[in-house]
Design a protein around this ligand. Structure first.
Ligand code: ZN
Length: 83
């Protein structure tokens, strides 16, 4: 095992971020900064696999609710969601 990997394993066992060594986010492996970085990285990785453009807007729970409400309000089932 390399020195780097030993350091990473030690930090992870201590509950610290294995990249920078700062306090990790509660219930997560990485700190807040690296958690966000990993989130974007894995999202782009999955989007590349599925053929979704990388700059496509995020589908959040709130955007789904807005889209459903607009369909219910118009009563048009064929209406496209806003987002
Ligand atoms: Zn970090």
């Amino acid at each position: 095992m390399t020195r780097q990997r030993e350091w990473q394993k030690k930090k992870r066992a201590q509950g610290l971020c294995p990249i920078c060594g700062q306090k990790s986010k509660e219930g997560h492996i990485y700190c807040i900064n690296h958690h966000e970085m990993r989130k974007v990285y894995t999202r782009n990785l999955n989007r590349k696999k599925k053929g979704i453009p990388l700059d496509a807007p995020l589908r959040t729970r709130a955007s789904k609710n807005i889209a459903n409400k607009s369909i219910q309000a118009t009563g048009d089932k064929a209406a496209k969601p806003l987002i």
